[in-house]
Design a protein around this ligand. Structure first.
Ligand SMILES: Cc1ncc(COP(=O)(O)O)c(C=O)c1O
Length: 390
């Protein structure tokens, strides 16, 4: 870094991923690289894989690959589907739509339910489509749509599939929910649940993990999609052997061990409660600024990210660059058809009250200047946090 470009203090990455990585996790990652065929690594791998399972809400082995969330989408499909299979995507945001496009690129036939960006998955629409289409092989839903800040009710999606007696596999994207809000892979009877390292798990990007049901295992036996790197069979064996079919991201796995220790020592329920409270603090501030959230359904507010609709004519890019240059704060912008129209405030991972208050103070200042929005959001958030102290 050039000396004159140095900014004092700590930059805040309040994106909905990648998120701020705790120093102890960074220190674990920076350890000397391990022999991934040695005993020390296999002990580490087994304990990390065991520690990851409760976050998925599964008692079954979890697969952990070097890769990003997009790779997890592909893994879910190539392990369970055959060329030409029909899959059903509920498009209620940028990431749901992108998963559908990836399925089409793989040669699957993709049926899309056009949902509302800002609303959750509608189980009734899913049920209606499944009733009409017995051939659907898999239903693809995003638990927490990071582009809008909307969390969908996956138990209700499961119930909709069951109610119409459909045999489709349920594939769930929990990329921006796992570690920040409860995920119940087994109880939802999800067939594959995907997550990635750079969000609630408080790691840099580079790991992707999958929980896999017994039914998905069976589907693997007949699935005909080309599948090598993403084959989950040898990956799942690592849970007992500690040995991976190809070179694992061993330093990130060392970091994940520390991140899981942090989560365990805080307590999973307290981690979720912290995310809920901080999310609520962000929303009271946004309300005080007189701005709507992208999420239109108060029952579906995300604990990970809040999308804030900007007044028309306000340049999203100008707001974000002012936040970065003046305060060292990075917020997310609108994605896809929401580009230019909203800010996304990430509040997941290693985040506390102080970080949220700083984020809101900087955002309030810049919005008041650029968009002439009222102040008072920081005060409202502080009051909520003060009152709600557990
Ligand atoms: C919900 C969701 N799914 C999938 C992805 C894609 O993950 P990646 O960018 O790690 O490939 C993202 C990325 O932000 C996401 O938020």
């Amino acid at each position: 870094m050039r000396v004159e470009s140095r900014r004092a203090g700590r930059a805040l990455l309040q994106l909905p991923g990648p998120t701020n990585v705790p120093d102890v996790v960074l220190q674990s990652i920076s350890r000397p690289t391990l022999d991934h065929r040695g005993e020390e690594f296999s002990d580490l791998a087994r304990s990390v894989l065991a520690g990851l399972a409760p976050l998925f809400g599964t008692s079954r082995p979890v697969a952990l690959y070097p890769g990003s969330g997009t790779g997890g989408w592909e893994a879910a499909l190539v392990n369970t589907c055959s060329p030409g299979d029909r899959v059903l995507v509920f498009d209620n945001g940028f990431f749901a739509a992108k998963w559908g496009r990836l399925a089409a690129q793989l040669g699957l036939e993709v049926a899309v339910i056009e949902g509302v960006w800002g609303s959750p998955v509608d189980p009734a629409l899913l049920a209606a489509q499944l009733t009409r289409d017995a051939a659907i092989r898999a239903v693809l839903v995003v638990h927490n749509e990071t582009s809008t800040g909307v969390t969908s009710d996956i138990a209700a999606v499961r119930a909709a599939i069951d109610d119409v007696g459909h045999d489709a596999l349920l594939l769930v994207d929990a990329v921006s929910s796992l570690g920040a809000m409860p995920v119940y892979h087994d109880a939802w009877r999800a067939d594959i649940t995907v997550t990635a390292s750079q969000k609630g798990l408080m790691l840099p990007p580079g790991l992707v993990a999958l929980a896999v049901s017994g039914k998905a295992h069976q589907a693997r036996q007949t699935a005909q999609m080309p599948c090598s790197y993403w084959d989950f069979e040898p990956m799942l064996e690592a849970a007992s052997t500690g040995s991976f079919p190809y070179t694992p991201s061993s330093n990130l796995i060392a970091g994940l061990a520390t991140a899981l220790d942090l989560i365990e020592s805080e307590g999973l329920d307290r981690v979720y409660a912290r995310h809920r409270r901080l999310a609520e603090a962000v929303r009271v501030a946004v309300a005080a600024w007189g701005l709507p959230t992208v999420c239109r359904d108060p029952g579906s507010f995300s604990s990970s990210v809040t999308g804030v609709v900007l007044p028309s004519g306000v340049d999203e890019v100008a707001v974000r660059s002012e936040l970065l240059s003046r305060f060292g704060l990075t917020l997310g912008g609108g994605l896809g058809r929401l580009a230019g129209s909203c800010l996304r405030i990430g509040h997941l991972g290693d985040v506390d009250e102080m970080m949220i208050i700083s984020t809101l103070a900087a955002t309030e200042t810049v919005l008041a200047e650029i968009a002439q929005t009222p102040r008072g959001g920081v005060e409202a958030a502080m009051e909520l946090l003060g009152n709600g102290r557990p």
